[in-house]
Design a protein around this ligand. Structure first.
Ligand code: NAI
Ligand code: MG
Length: 509
């Protein structure tokens, strides 16, 4: 790997207008949190390196947040919350929708910046994320008027009503795979409901979300939305534990989700957890073959290197079409182009970090060493010398693995899927449900009676028939079993997870 100079934080503020100079923007965002409406350095003065995973080069430094920074941000959020909650709900919504419009104007800039720091391909992934972020803010922005309560029959001369009140300061901890979108799913409903927010970004991807925070702060009053960069235990831990944080929403690993939920329980505050999955895809012989092969490529999120909680990482194919399906899927993935994530020709970029790179490669090596298993290694590593230090992994399609294999049971979070033949509907349903996870599932068949029957019996928060879309505004999203607690993306998610119901009774007898 080439020896890269470290990047010194730049003194100047990031440009106001949208910029397509992602490297300049990364440097300009260096070394700062965003608290109380302004960029501020870490109170300790400490920073850590942010790298471009496609080359290994250092692109920025991020402020290393600790408990003192958390305290400053939470106090600002608590101060801002009182006035924010007193704005009419539809006014808050209108402001959040306006933030969506600002982000839309910056979407190409944000897409380029997120590509630089995560290694996701610009054309197939980052542009879509940037558009979806704006869409989520605009969707929730329209829901201010839906923060309704009820009138409750109690007694003839007692008026009894419920009102929806905000919870206070929300702490949000986000991961690196789709950081802007996963953050938007948390901040938009939280803000519209009258809460204020402190986000702890993922250490691997702190830049695009920091720019999003700055852009949103051009519209919202200072302190409503604050963001800290830093590491999990040192910065995320104090955020969950802070006495003024009244709700925590987390997306990431099961392991950390349990730590967060345990800490929240000590304060008796609610948590929402989105923790990943091992989502099955059930393919019947009567499916539309080509559409289903395309569906498998998109379902597995090969364009995101499989770094998706909803990735169809277990594919079950009815035996009469099994061989043909595996061959067609492998051919399709083989034709995908790996390369510089910023290049328009690139379909597949890189894995996010050294840690994930090592973890995914260990899974692949274990699969390849399993007796009876076949690994179809697809696509080609880029030849460009500039990318020699990049964390590229060729997609692998495994067949012949035993059910007990770690590759079948555990979330790999890489471009690796396992495919099995099946003969019997009940047996494949049992196999699909035999998982610790329950985030998503899909069924591909032209027999809608069978598809609907399976949709009801699959243990998952989201089941799709003949499609496998990513999170969509307006549709509740969230898993069962170890995949998490609570829902995101819908009106119900805003009402249930970012408000509490107060009862007010008026005795006018
Ligand atoms: P992680 O769960 O460690 O990180 C997610 C976030 O939690 C980051 O912001 C991190 O700084 C924070 N965090 C870590 N430890 C914490 C603590 N003790 N207290 C508070 N916050 C803490 O996930 P990681 O290590 O990046 O990835 C490991 C695996 O997790 C992946 O291979 C994948 O299986 C899963 N994952 C699932 C995601 C999803 O979308 N559901 C997203 C990212 C990872
Ligand atoms: Mg971790």
């Amino acid at each position: 790997m080439p020896d890269h100079p470290t990047v010194e934080p730049e003194a100047g503020a990031p440009p106001l207008a949208p910029t397509l100079d992602e490297r300049g923007l990364a440097r300009a965002l260096s070394g700062r949190h965003f608290i109380g409406g302004a960029f501020v350095p870490a109170s300790s003065g400490t920073t850590f390196a942010v790298a471009n995973p496609a080359t290994g080069e250092a692109i920025a430094r991020a402020a290393e947040g600790d408990a003192a920074d958390v305290d400053a941000a939470v106090r600002e959020a608590a101060r801002a919350q009182k006035a924010w909650a007193r704005l009419p709900a539809r006014k808050r919504g209108a402001l959040v929708a306006q933030c969506g419009a600002v982000l839309r104007a910056h979407s190409e800039e944000l897409a380029r910046l997120i590509t630089l720091e995560t290694g996701k391909a610009l054309r197939t992934e980052s542009r879509i994320e940037a558009q979806n972020v704006a869409d989520i803010l605009e969707f929730f922005g329209g829901l201010g008027g839906e923060l309704k309560g009820e009138s409750v029959p109690f007694a003839p001369d007692v008026l009894s009503v419920t009102v929806r009140e905000p919870l206070g300061v929300v702490g949000a901890i986000i991961p690196w795979n789709v950081p802007m979108l996963l953050m938007a799913l948390k901040i938009a409903p939280a803000l519209v409901a009258g809460n204020t927010v402190v986000v702890k970004s993922a250490e691997e991807a702190p830049l695009a979300v920091l720019r999003v925070c700055e852009l949103i702060n051009r519209v919202l009053p200072p302190g409503c939305f604050n963001i800290l960069s830093g590491f999990g235990p040192e910065c995320g831990g104090p955020l969950v534990a802070h006495p003024l944080v009244r709700k925590v929403t987390f997306t990431g690993s099961v392991e950390v989700g349990k730590i967060v939920a345990t800490a929240a329980a000590q304060k008796l505050i609610p948590v929402t957890l989105e923790l990943g999955g091992k989502s099955p895809m059930l393919v019947f012989a009567d499916c539309d073959f080509d559409r289903t092969v395309t569906g498998a490529v998109t379902s597995m999120r090969f364009t995101r290197q499989g770094q998706s909680c909803t990735a169809a990482s277990r594919i079950y194919v009815e035996r009469p079409i099994f061989d043909r399906f595996v061959a067609a899927l492998a051919a399709r993935v083989d034709a995908m182009v790996m390369g510089d994530p910023l290049d328009e020709k690139t379909d597949i970029g890189t894995i996010i970090s050294d840690g994930q790179f090592a973890k995914v490669r260990a899974f692949i090596a274990e699969g390849q060493a399993t007796p009876g298993a076949t690994a179809r290694v697809c696509s080609k590593l880029p030849e460009d010398a500039r990318l020699a230090g990049g964390k590229f992994i060729q997609p692998v399609i495994f067949t012949g693995l035993p059910d007990s294999s770690r590759l079948v049971q555990e979330e790999i979070f890489g471009p690796v899927t396992v495919v099995f033949p099946f003969d019997d509907t009940e047996a494949v349903l049992a196999a699909a449900n035999d998982s610790e996870y329950g985030l998503a599932a899909s069924v591909w068949t032209n027999n809608l009676r069978r598809g609907l029957d399976l949709a009801h019996r699959l243990e998952a928060g989201l089941v799709q028939i003949n499609q496998n879309l990513v999170v969509q505004a307006n549709l509740s999203y969230g898993g069962v079993k170890s995949s998490g607690l609570g829902k995101e993306a819908s009106l119900e998610s805003m009402l249930e997870h970012f408000t509490h119901k107060k009862t007010i009774m008026v005795n006018y007898a």
